[in-house]
Design a protein. Structure first.
Lengths: 285, 370
């Protein structure tokens, strides 16, 4: 039954190991760094043997950044909260707007529907800075600069096209006959959308939501330009570790571990949906 | 006289410039069964969906029970429909699938249960009601889809080739079972199929659709014995009808043609047909072997089926003719035999258009009909 030779299997294992090491080593090294002091990190040659310390995590949670010359306050926990607020709200808004829109684009070919869908996708083509400079001016004018509302709004540039295009593919995969059957059974189009289309596109919506969450979480430039210190997410907050007295590698590592933990957990949990979503919804021609 | 319950008037539909329905008009009496028959792509499904309201026609009207429903949304039309691909809701159990036709109506849970159980029992699927569609066999899926269409006791029942995707044995069973099942309902039925046997077995009337047009509409007997053109003649019947090019001649004994140099008479009067290029259609079962008379042919091959024997013969000019007879009737031995034609079963077509040339009505025919 097994047609693969010993050599082939052995070769495959080696290849897989190389790939895993290549992609996982940086994460592994960051985790190691987060348990070390700046001295042990920076010694040459680098070594894997050290006495683990929780000082980095303590400093981040306590909000005190101690270096050998000075001590300064950082607000990393607040950054983490901002990340959660911004990402969750952005994805929620994008789902509320994007899923019905995706359904409309999938089911009702109205005049200009392709153009509108493509315009929404084109938000992802422009370099973010190009959009940001005029936006900053507008936002200051109308008082949206440095507000959660304004940031969530701008984050739609990331989340909305993603959700729209992935979920649209899912809706298109549902046989229209199934929806007709429900209509003919005496249900309105809205209850057909709720009871048939939404549950059947569920995995796709979950996958698109997760991807949008990750992209929103990892966004740097929008928050850097549009948010001040108390609204900044972790991606921008991490800049605070680059201080005049040096770069606090240990604390940066601890901060990174803390900031990737939620997305990593979410991604592992929804991994099955994610792979299915990427291969089914988005790739469909 | 029963009233016309469902009436379609010059229904037209085109998709991106391509005409799918071309001025289709037809009507079905209350409680009647109309079979829509045609090849795939003939527009049967689009027509059915226009009646259901899933597709909006470009032109024309749909009238159900005297009410114009052309622009009424599907949920208010009071229609039951079974789809060719079943279209079961994959995330619901068979029970919920069937009950979905009732949940939209003001009905208590116990009432719904009673009705679903009754229809499930009728269709012999009581034992799988708790299963999801993907755990059902094709036959069970088809019955669930049928149950969903039947359970709300709709006034109009649309069945889109419901037996297409089930295996041959089940199709045969259902073909016997369906007429009784449907007759009990009293609903007005439109049944779509590509299988002529199904069409003959189920329809009071058959409408033959080709390229979005109704080519012929009539009783199964009409379609079989008086097909509008050679195409329809070929679609109905197995083995298919023999079509032979002839140029008929006329003398004082009437219109006739020659096969294997022997005279074959046509039944009825055909003024102006003599000398025209024609095709004569001979049903394989309208032919029989004979000891005396008839015309000489050569037996080429004999294919015994269980219920009939199909024999391929050639005429003197090398034209092939299929002959079908009951299995118990002996096939004569020896290559040279004589063939007899029942004259009134010969159908005459115009060779250029393919349309049937109907005999002129005369006194004899009226007597026959009376």
């Amino acid at each position: 039954m097994d047609h693969t030779s010993f050599l082939e299997r052995w070769f495959r294992r080696v290849a897989l190991s190389i790939i895993i090491v290549f992609f996982m080593f940086p994460i592994f090294w960051i985790v190691l760094m987060s348990f070390q002091t700046n001295e042990t990190i920076l010694r040459s040659p680098p070594s894997m043997s050290f006495t683990p310390t929780l000082d980095n995590y303590m400093a981040i949670i306590a909000g005190r950044l101690d270096s050998n010359v000075a001590s300064m306050g950082i607000d990393f926990v607040n950054n983490l909260m901002n990340s959660i607020i911004l990402s969750v709200c952005s994805v929620a808004v994008a789902l509320v707007l994007g899923v019905p829109a995706a359904y409309a684009f999938a089911r009702h070919k109205f005049r200009g529907s392709e153009d509108i869908a493509f315009t929404l996708l084109s938000f992802r083509f422009a370099p973010p800075l190009l959009v940001l400079l005029p936006l900053t001016l507008y936002f200051q004018e109308i008082g949206l600069a440095d507000t959660y509302l304004g940031l969530v709004w701008v984050y739609q540039l990331i989340c909305l096209p993603l959700i729209l295009w992935i979920v649209r593919g899912y809706f298109e995969d549902i046989s229209p006959d199934i929806e007709y059957a429900y209509r003919i059974a005496g249900h309105s189009w809205f209850s057909t959308f709720r009871k048939i289309a939404l549950p059947l596109a569920g995995p796709g919506i979950a996958a698109a939501g997760l991807l949008a969450f990750i992209f929103a979480w990892n966004n740097f430039i929008f928050a850097l330009v549009l948010a001040s210190a108390d609204k900044q997410p972790v991606t921008v907050g991490a800049l605070a570790f680059v201080t005049a007295s040096g770069i606090q590698y240990g604390q940066i590592a601890a901060a990174i571990v803390l900031s990737i933990a939620p997305t990593l957990a979410l991604a592992l949990w929804a991994q099955r949906y994610l792979v299915e979503g990427l291969s089914l919804g988005a790739v469909k021609g | 006289m029963r009233m016309e319950f469902l009436e379609l008037t010059s229904l037209s539909k085109s998709f991106s410039g391509e005409t799918v329905l071309d001025e289709v008009s037809l009507s079905v009496q209350e409680g009647g069964t109309l079979v829509l028959f045609g090849k795939s792509g003939a527009g049967k499904t689009v027509l059915l969906r226009s009646i259901a309201g899933a597709i909006e026609p470009d032109d024309g009207t749909v009238v159900i029970d005297g009410e114009d429903v052309t622009s009424v949304p599907p949920e208010y039309r009071g229609i039951g429909m079974a789809f060719q691909n079943f279209a079961l809701f994959p995330h619901m159990t068979a029970y919920d699938n069937i009950a979905s036709s009732l949940t939209s109506k003001r009905m208590s849970a116990s009432e719904i249960r009673t009705k679903v159980d009754a229809v499930a029992k009728l269709l012999k699927i009581e034992h799988v009601l708790s299963h999801a569609p993907k755990a059902l066999s094709n036959g069970q899926k088809q019955r669930t889809a049928l149950a969903r269409a039947l359970v709300s006791e709709p006034r109009v029942l649309l069945l889109d080739d419901p037996l297409r995707n089930v295996d041959a044995k089940l199709r045969f069973e259902m073909r016997l079972e369906l007429p009784r099942l449907l007759a009990d309902r009293g609903a007005t039925i439109i049944y779509v199929t590509q299988d002529y046997k199904e069409a003959m077995a189920l329809g009071d009337r058959i409408a033959v659709l080709d390229q979005g047009k109704i080519v012929q509409i009539g009783s199964p007997d009409d379609i079989y014995r008086r097909p509008a053109n050679t195409q329809i003649a070929q679609l109905f019947g197995d083995p298919t009808i023999n079509l032979l090019d002839v140029v008929p001649k006329e003398d004082d004994r009437g219109l006739h043609a020659f096969l294997s140099d022997q005279r074959v008479d046509f039944h009825g009067k055909f003024p102006g047909v003599a000398g025209r290029d024609c095709i004569v259609g001979l049903r394989p079962e309208a032919l029989s072997f004979t000891e005396t008379g008839g015309f000489p042919v050569t037996i080429e091959a004999v294919t015994p089926f269980n219920e009939k024997t199909v024999t391929l013969v050639t005429t003197l000019r090398g034209r092939e003719i299929l002959l079908s007879q009951p299995a118990q009737d002996p096939v004569p031995t020896g290559p040279k035999v004589n063939l007899q034609i029942a004259a009134r079963d010969a159908i005459l077509f115009d060779r250029e258009t393919g349309n049937r040339i109907a005999p002129e009505p005369d006194g004899n025919r009226v007597e026959e009909a009376a």
